[in-house]
Design a protein around this ligand. Structure first.
Ligand code: NAD
Length: 485
C-alpha cells in the first residue's frame, strides 16, 4: 500500500472513510513551518452517534471472533505499520514538530509493538478459579465490555493512540477513538491500514475533532461503557465528572511534574547523558520527562556546569534534519503557554541558566515554533513553576542535603506519574523508590519500558493502570460463576 497524507482527513466509521456530517473542518498546522497543510474534521455528537451505532452493530461478531483470529488481524496491522514506517514517521513529524529520526526510531516502532504485544497477550490471557474445597468451584469469566471510548493526546500521537486501541480490540471490544485534533494524521493513516488488514467494519471507528466538540460527546454517550483517556489533568477531571454518575469504567493517564533525583554517588556519565534526554526529549513534551531536577548539594555546582554545557550543545532545528536534536513545540497555543511559563519563572525569582528564548530557524522553518531548551534555578518547591506542569523544554534545578530532603522535594508535587533515581547504593535506591509517590520509578535509567508492567500515576497524574494484564483487565468485565459441587 502507498500511504500518503491527504489535504482532507476523513473519519473512519463503519469501515469507510467519510466526511464529518456537519461538513466542518479545522486547520492542521505543521508547527515547524507554520503551514496549514491539511484539514481535520471538526466532528460532533452526530458523528459519534454514528460511530457508536457502527461499533454496537459490529460487537456481537467481533466479541465472539476467536482470540486467534483477532491475534492474526492485529498482527497484520502491526506488520503494516512496520511496512509503512517512513510515511507514518513523516506524517507524525509534520503534525507534531518532533525530529523525524525520533519518530522513526521510537514512536512508530512502538506503535506496532503495541499491536503485536496485545495481539499476543490475548492468546495468553487467563482468568482465576477459586476452589471451596469439596463445596464449590468459582471461576471468573472475563468478557469484553462492549463499545469503549479511547481518547489520546498529541505528544506521542500514534504510540499513545495504539496503546489504548490495541488492548481494547484484543479483548474483543469495539472502539470509538479520537486522536488529538492537534496531531490527527497518523490516526487517519491507521484507518487505511485497518481496512487493508481486514479489520471488520465498525470494530474500530476513528472520529476526528476537538475535545469539547467530539471528545466530550464520546464521554457522555450512554452507549459507551468505558473510557480510556490520556491527556491533561484538566480534561481528565471533566471526563471523570461526566463518567462517574453514568458509572462508566474510567482509566485516566494524566499530567506529570516528575522528579529526577541525583545523588552524589551516581554513575556520572550515564546520569549526565540520560538527564539531558529525560529533560528535553521530544522538546520536553513527554509526560514522563523529569522536569524537576533535584541534585545532592555536594555535586550541585559541578552538575550545573556540565548540564548547562551539554544543553547548550543541543541543536534546535528543522525536524527533517538528522542533526536536529530539538524540533518545534506542537502548536502556537502551546508555544505561548511555554513562553508564559518561562516569564512566570522569572517573575517568581528564577534565574535562567540556559535557554529561555525563541529560536529562529531559517529557510522552510522560518515561521516555526522553536524554543531553546531552558534550565532555571533559584525557585523553591512550592512556587507555580515547580508545581504546575509546563510540558515543554523547561526544567528547574533544586539542591538537597539529605535523603529525607530529597524525598520531601520529590513528593512536594500534586502530581505523581514517574520519578528517576540516580545512585549506586542499592539499599538507598530501593528505600527511595518505595517512598516516592509516583506510579513509575526508574533507577539509573529513564524511559525503559516493559509493556507487561503496570503503567500510570498517583495523585493528579490519574487513576487506573494501563499496560500488560492491567489493560486487558480494564477492557474486560469480570463475572464470577459459582458451581456447587
Ligand atoms: P488535552 O487534555 O488537552 O487533550 C487530550 C485529548 O483529550 C485530546 O484528544 C483532546 O481533544 C481531548 N479532550 C480535551 N478536552 C476534552 C474533554 N473535555 N472531554 C473529552 N476529551 C477531551 O491534553 P494534550 O494537551 O493533548 O496532551 C498533553 C497532556 O497529556 C499533558 O498534560 C501530558 O502530561 C498528558 N499526557 C499524559 C500521559 C500519561 O501517560 N500519563 C501521556 C502523554 C501525555
Amino acid at each position: 500500500m502507498d500511504l500518503k497524507a491527504p489535504s482532507n482527513i476523513a473519519n473512519y466509521i463503519a469501515g469507510s472513510l467519510q466526511a464529518p456530517l456537519n461538513g466542518k473542518y479545522i486547520d492542521n498546522v505543521n508547527p515547524a513551518s507554520g503551514e496549514a497543510y491539511s484539514q481535520t474534521p471538526d466532528s460532533d455528537s452526530k458523528d459519534i452517534d454514528e460511530a457508536v451505532g457502527a461499533a454496537k452493530a459490529a460487537f456481537p461478531l467481533w466479541s465472539t471472533t476467536p482470540a486467534e483470529e483477532r491475534f492474526k488481524i492485529l498482527n497484520r496491522i502491526a506488520q503494516l505499520i512496520d511496512d509503512n514506517l517512513d510515511a507514518l514517521a513523516l506524517a507524525e513529524t509534520n503534525d507534531n514538530g518532533k525530529p523525524l529520526w525520533l519518530s522513526k526510531r521510537v514512536d512508530i516502532p512502538r506503535a506496532s509493538s503495541n499491536f503485536r504485544f496485545f495481539a499476543t497477550g490475548i492468546m495468553h490471557f487467563s482468568t482465576d478459579s477459586h476452589s471451596m474445597e469439596d463445596k464449590a468451584i468459582n471461576y471468573t469469566l472475563r468478557q469484553p465490555i462492549g463499545v469503549v471510548g479511547c481518547i489520546s493526546p498529541w505528544n506521542l500521537p500514534l504510540y499513545l493512540f495504539t496503546w489504548k486501541i490495541a488492548p481494547a480490540l484484543a479483548a474483543g471490544n469495539c472502539v470509538v477513538a479520537k486522536p488529538s485534533e492537534v496531531t490527527p494524521m497518523t490516526a487517519y493513516l491507521l484507518s487505511h491500514i485497518c481496512i487493508e488488514a481486514g479489520l471488520p467494519a465498525g470494530v474500530l471507528n476513528i472520529v476526528h475533532g476537538t475535545g469539547p466538540g467530539c471528545g466530550a460527546a464520546i464521554t457522555a454517550h450512554p452507549g459507551i461503557k468505558a473510557i480510556s483517556f490520556t491527556g491533561s489533568t484538566r480534561a481528565g477531571r471533566e471526563i471523570a465528572a461526566t463518567a462517574a454518575p453514568m458509572f462508566k469504567k474510567v482509566s485516566l493517564e494524566l499530567g506529570g511534574k516528575n522528579p529526577n533525583i541525583i545523588f552524589a554517588d551516581c554513575d556520572w556519565d550515564k546520569m549526565m547523558r540520560t538527564t539531558v534526554q529525560s529533560s528535553f526529549s521530544n522538546q520536553g513534551q513527554i509526560c514522563l520527562c523529569g522536569s524537576r531536577v533535584l541534585v545532592e548539594e555536594s555535586i550541585y555546582e559541578k552538575f550545573k556546569a556540565e548540564f548547562i554545557a551539554r544543553t547548550k550543545k543541543l541543536i534546535v532545528g528543522d525536524p527533517l534534519d538528522d542533526h536536529s536534536k530539538q524540533g518545534a513545540v506542537v502548536s502556537k497555543l502551546h508555544f505561548d503557554k511555554v513562553l508564559g511559563c518561562i516569564e512566570l519563572a522569572k517573575q517568581e525569582g528564577g534565574k535562567i541558566l540556559a535557554g529561555g528564548n525563541v529560536v529562529k530557524v531559517p529557510g522552510r522553518c522560518e515561521n516555526g515554533l522553536f524554543i531553546e531548551p531552558t534550565i532555571i534555578e533559584g525557585l523553591g518547591p512550592n512556587c507555580r513553576t515547580n508545581m504546575e506542569e509546563i510540558f515543554g523544554p523547561v526544567v528547574t534545578l533544586q539542591s538537597f542535603k539529605t535523603e529525607d530532603e530529597a524525598l520531601q522535594l520529590a513528593n512536594a508535587s500534586d502530581y505523581g506519574l514517574s520519578a528517576t533515581i540516580w545512585t549506586q547504593d542499592v539499599s538507598r535506591a530501593n528505600r527511595v523508590a518505595a517512598k516516592v509517590h509516583s506510579g513509575i520509578i526508574w533507577v539509573n535509567c529513564w524511559l525503559l519500558r516493559d509493556l507487561r508492567t503496570p503503567f500510570g500515576g498517583f495523585k493528579n497524574s490519574g487513576v487506573g493502570r494501563e499496560g500488560g494484564w492491567e489493560a486487558l483487565r480494564f477492557f474486560t468485565e469480570p463475572k464470577n460463576v459459582c458451581i456447587e459441587l
